[in-house]
Design a binder for this molecule. Structure first.
Ligand code: PLP
Length: 409
């Protein structure tokens, strides 16, 4: 575009269409402290040659360039840069949902006809659904196994998978997997490791430091943190996987909108404070539930009795065990679980986690709905199992609410 100002000669109709077109503010006009929202589908460059170069993602002066928002926009790029640094990766790609990030990670890992994925049997239900309903019909062999036990290296060696996929903390029983062991065994056979780190966030655990190749998050959860935006993120430990992920993301078209990216970046700024408080609260709640007569069993890695307490002290940030826990009602029935949920007045019975609010969910109704009762039982999820995502409220208020609901359910 030439720099000449033609606007004076335009008719009203044309001025209405072209008025207010974005010009970056001159530094003397004052720069915003917060990244503005770039709600623009496409980007204009100074010359056709600059546009040509921008298609390669770079300006003539070596900065990030934008052409078309499905391929990237300044807001999602800002979020990607922040999470790349937070996770210690070489780069990141933002998505419109956690499931989109997982789908892309699995494809980036190389899942295609004739390949095999070894996945944790404790995965989030829809992630198992994605493997079974999308990748299996495309010719991928799916092996679900316990990756949270001592024999995980032998399992990997025996299965010889192309891709290994697991979560840092399992849902809803908050079991941990030994990431160092898994990455060592995977790399010995040339397998790509993918970890869903939604429950731990980079504040508690950085899987790339433990040799993991690709990290994914449902950014809808702790990263966003306020229950107002859906998104996903993939962080790569290598440039080759990053390039592949970016290519797939562009083709799958599951990009994050600038509005959501803006909210997520805002959420990210308080992540450490929120998670800090959530961990403190969760510990207090776990100690309370542990002694409650209406509670049969509690699952929280911060408690010494949890089978992976030792591993948690090694893997997670010191003295921090996450904001998620689950417990089993003494009366292990769906009816008792529903009665308990209906009595709650502070904790919200809603299907998500990682928000500032305390949230209660019933896995047989939500995350593990698609599995049979028998399958759930095999995973250790009883009909009395309740998952609690502890929020940032005052701990005593959360405890009081749980107590009255437990007494009256
Ligand atoms: C561990 C985990 N991974 C992935 C997802 C999917 O994320 P989204 O709902 O953002 O697609 C969820 C959603 O609850 C989750 O809990």
């Amino acid at each position: 575009m030439t720099q000449t100002d033609h606007t004076a000669s335009w008719t009203l109709e044309t001025q209405l269409v072209h008025g207010g077109i974005c010009k970056p503010p001159a530094e003397s006009a004052g720069l915003p402290t917060v990244h503005p929202i770039y709600a623009s589908t496409t980007y204009v460059h100074n010359s056709a040659q600059a546009l040509d170069q921008a298609f390669n993602g770079i300006t003539p002066t070596g900065e990030q360039a934008y052409v078309y928002a499905r391929q990237g926009n300044p807001n999602s790029y800002a979020l990607e840069e922040a999470l790349k640094l937070a996770e210690g990766g070489v780069g990141a790609v933002a998505f419109g949902s956690g499931m989109a990030a997982i789908h892309t990670a699995l494809a980036t890992g190389g899942l295609s006809v004739g390949t095999k994925v070894l996945a944790s049997k404790d995965l989030y239900g829809p992630s198992i659904g994605l493997l079974r309903k999308v990748f299996q019909p495309a010719g991928v062999t799916i092996v679900l196994a316990d990756l949270c036990n001592e024999q995980v290296s032998q399992t990997i060696e025996a299965e010889q998978p192309d891709v290994i996929y697991l979560e840092t903390l399992s849902n809803p029983l908050v079991k941990l997997a030994d990431l160092d062991k898994i990455s060592a065994a995977a790399h010995a056979i040339g397998a790509i490791t993918i970890v869903d780190s939604t429950f731990t966030t980079p504040y508690l655990l950085r899987p790339i430091e433990h040799g993991i190749d690709l990290v994914v998050h449902s950014a809808t959860k702790y990263i966003s943190g306020h229950g107002d935006s859906n998104g996903g993120i993939l962080i790569s430990a290598s440039n080759a996987l990053l390039d592949q992920a970016r290519t797939y993301a562009t083709m799958f078209g599951a990009m994050l909108s600038p509005f959501e990216a803006h909210l997520m970046l805002r959420g990210l700024r308080t992540l450490s404070l929120r998670v800090e408080r959530q961990c403190q609260n969760a510990m207090q709640v776990a100690c309370f539930l542990q002694k409650h007569p209406a509670v049969e069993r509690i699952h929280y890695p911060g408690l010494a009795q949890h089978p992976h307490h030792e591993l948690a002290t090694h893997l997670l940030k010191r003295e921090h065990f996450g904001g998620l826990l689950s417990f089993e009602l003494r009366e292990q029935t769906r009816e008792a679980a529903y009665r308990f949920m209906d009595q709650l007045t502070l904790c919200l019975p809603a299907t998500t986690l990682g928000d500032v609010f305390s949230l209660v969910s019933y896995p047989p109704m939500s995350s593990h709905r698609s599995l049979s009762q028998h399958e759930r039982q095999e995973m250790g999820i009883t009909e009395g199992c309740i998952r609690l995502s502890v929020g940032i409220e005052y701990a005593e208020d959360i405890i009081r609410d749980l107590d009255q609901a437990l007494q009256r359910h």
